[in-house]
Design a protein around this ligand. Sequence first.
Ligand SMILES: NC(=O)C1=CN([C@@H]2O[C@H](COP(=O)(O)OP(=O)(O)OC[C@H]3O[C@@H](n4cnc5c(N)ncnc54)[C@H](OP(=O)(O)O)[C@@H]3O)[C@@H](O)[C@H]2O)C=CC1
Ligand SMILES: N[C@@H](CC=O)C(=O)O
Length: 427
Amino acid sequence: METVKLGMLGLGTVGSGVLEMIENNENKIRNIIGRELSVKTVVVRHPEKHQNAATITKLTTEFEEVLNDEEIQIVVELIGGIHPAKEYIEQLLRAHKNVVTANKDLIASYGPELAALAYENHCDLMYEASVAGGIPILRTIVNSFAADNILEVKGIVNGTTNYILTQMNQKHWAYEEALKKAQELGFAEADPTNDVTGKDAAYKMIILSYFAFGAQLKIDDFKTEGIDTLNAYDVSQAESLGYVIKLVGSAKVINGGVFVDVAPTLVPEDHPLATINNEFNAVMVTGKAVGDTLFYGPGAGGLPTANSVLSDITSEVKNLIMGTSGHAFNTYQSEYVPADPDNVRYPYYLSLTMPDVSGQMLKFTRIMADIKASFSQIVQAPIKDEGIAHVAVITHELSQSQLAELKKQLQQADSIKLNAAYKVLEN
Ligand SMILES: NC(=O)C1=CN([C@@H]2O[C@H](COP(=O)(O)OP(=O)(O)OC[C@H]3O[C@@H](n4cnc5c(N)ncnc54)[C@H](OP(=O)(O)O)[C@@H]3O)[C@@H](O)[C@H]2O)C=CC1
Ligand SMILES: N[C@@H](CC=O)C(=O)O
């Protein structure tokens, strides 16, 4: 049986998972694709760290050993980040090598440009693992929603933050302790800043929007807020109001425009997304014909993510065998038109502090009336020694323009501090 030789860049959490899967599942892989897979060379920074792997593959620090090896037909990029991953992938595609990557930073920032380069060189560029780890969501959107009109894609698309929030909620761990554990388990990025600030989820929403709506967004086109500013008071206040706070990414068509955001969101405790815990992710795709669908699975971790990488590798091998390499992973293209802020309406949770409740609440209700907004729930926490009142409000639907005006007027009011304004999901 013929062997397809692979090159790999990176041998961390996901790279090790890919090696393990190829070794453990060789019979099934051979049966499905009619070829052996062999990882010939792996590029790492510190070969001394990976001596176990050196018995089954060649380790090197020299990228050129993969680039210039004529036997290697497919290269898997698992080093992460933009540089030098971008330059490596460009050189590989120019050398007519097919590429698989799990790199959302790179695909969200340069995906269309790299896809064009792959097309010019008749090569495949696939990246299923870049969104929601082990959930096969991109191929599902391409294949199973090919003819439906997708109206909304939303969900929990970062495993690290969902793991942290779950530990804080259920086991009352401190934020730092939960983050440290997520790093040890291999869920977090090498630098976890993008996880906790919501940027990793934002990259995934860019890729999902591209697949769902054909729209090419940039990270600065929409608001991204992470869990790094979330405080324990709001988590427990939300709980007492019947909600769980989750980091939710959402991309929705509203009156012909697209609205995208990533932010801590109050999810009703009986909503399917409220039940997604630990490193698990869930992506809800709403199609005009099909209605709501929900895809659930591990969003981070070595083997789950490796499974998505392997689905790309085996697809690329099939294309090599059939001579069909070079078709774009996603071919849906449409102009990005941002939604009109007046049409984007959600209820909000407002977390307020004020020095004296009676006078300031009057001021708050006047501001709400002034912007023609109203609220459905209001809760005051018991006043502690410092005399500051904490008030939580759930508003009725507010447009983005009303929300902006509310923030402005509260800032001018000076005595009422708006600590947080989080979207509230409805069932
Ligand atoms: N971890 C996860 O759950 C998921 C990760 N991803 C994505 O997969 C990719 C890999 O992630 P992960 O495995 O967690 O990352 P790790 O940090 O665990 O591993 C990175 C690997 O890349 C190597 N490396 C880093 N920079 C270079 C370089 N300049 N040249 C050569 N080798 C380099 C490192 O070498 P050395 O070991 O020698 O230091 C290491 O082996 C990232 O794009 C990530 O976003 C996607 C979905 C889930
Ligand atoms: N750091 C990411 C890994 C997968 O994409 C996450 O936590 O989701």
